[in-house]
Design a protein around this ligand. Structure first.
Ligand SMILES: Cc1cc2nc3c(=O)[nH]c(=O)nc-3n(C[C@H](O)[C@H](O)[C@H](O)COP(=O)(O)OP(=O)(O)OC[C@H]3O[C@@H](n4cnc5c(N)ncnc54)[C@H](O)[C@@H]3O)c2cc1C
Length: 231
């Protein structure tokens, strides 16, 4: 009996061995850790050059990668969000900035020595059942690395942790507007946006507090002008 046949036989003493983990965001990291705990051999493929997935903030949105905006603060508390086997640092606020969450994922990966299972800059192109899947239960995974080299791998199981916010689903048939305009003299923002295409930042981050003050004054001025009685 091959190892892989044990997939469908619960009491078999030999278990699934090689597991492909697609993506090294927080889901992928947790999966790698659990595989190791269970005596499996995880091999993780991550298309970017770092861990953390969407929490790894990048100024410019990249194709096929979920994106966040610089000022994003999590909306779930640290007690709710942390891994059950690795509490968040006690000095973290309850609702933290995205950079702190990324740091927490780095601490988690370091603590459980997970980085050695990750192949960075390696994208999974396809996952297909092998021709003998009904007997072996095995999968063929095709990856492409940063040099464009394609490789084929055989795995006993696949954990897909590639995220689910990469490609936006926008209700554009119901609401197509997407613009910033002056209604009367009031600035008006309308549209359907995703976290990926909102990259508005507080100007103070780049240009200093006086620039923020100037921007706020500009908005106030526009509102005052709009409220002025017309002749
Ligand atoms: C704007 C925003 C705010 C959010 N705020 C919160 C919050 O406050 N609290 C909360 O609990 N959740 C929040 N979420 C939900 C969020 O999805 C989860 O917190 C979590 O980050 C999902 O992790 P993930 O590992 O599943 O996916 P991701 O973080 O998206 O990671 C997927 C990884 O897979 C890699 N990948 C994708 N395809 C491939 C491929 N073919 N080959 C190799 N690698 C691949 C990507 O490069 C990426 O690193 C938020 C989501 C968004 C969009």
């Amino acid at each position: 009996m091959s190892d892989s046949q044990c997939l469908s036989i619960p009491k078999c003493s030999v278990m699934v061995r090689r597991v492909a983990v697609v993506g090294a965001g927080c889901s992928g990291l947790a999966c790698i850790k659990i595989c190791v705990d269970e005596g499996l051999e995880p091999v993780c493929f991550e298309s970017s050059d770092g861990i953390g997935g969407m929490w790894n903030f990048r100024e410019t949105p990249e194709p096929d990668r979920t994106s966040i905006y610089r000022s994003l603060v999590v909306n779930t508390s640290k007690e709710m969000m942390c891994f059950s086997d690795f509490p968040m640092p006690s000095d973290y606020p309850n609702f933290m900035h995205n950079s702190q969450l990324l740091q927490y994922f780095r601490l988690y990966a370091e603590h459980f020595d997970l980085l050695r299972y990750i192949n960075f800059q390696t994208t999974v192109r396809s996952v297909l059942q092998r021709p003998d899947f009904s007997l072996s239960g095995q999968w063929e995974v095709v990856t492409i690395n940063k040099n464009g080299q394609e490789e084929r791998h055989i795995f006993d199981a696949i954990l897909v942790c590639s995220g689910h916010y990469t490609h936006p689903t926008l209700p554009l048939s119901d609401f197509q507007a997407k613009s910033v305009f002056l209604q009367g003299m009031k600035p008006f923002l309308a549209g359907v946006f995703t976290a990926g295409n909102i990259k508005m930042q507080m100007p103070s981050q780049e240009k200093g507090w006086w620039w923020s003050a100037l921007a706020i004054l500009e908005v106030i001025l526009l509102w005052r002008l709009a409220d002025r009685p017309r002749r």
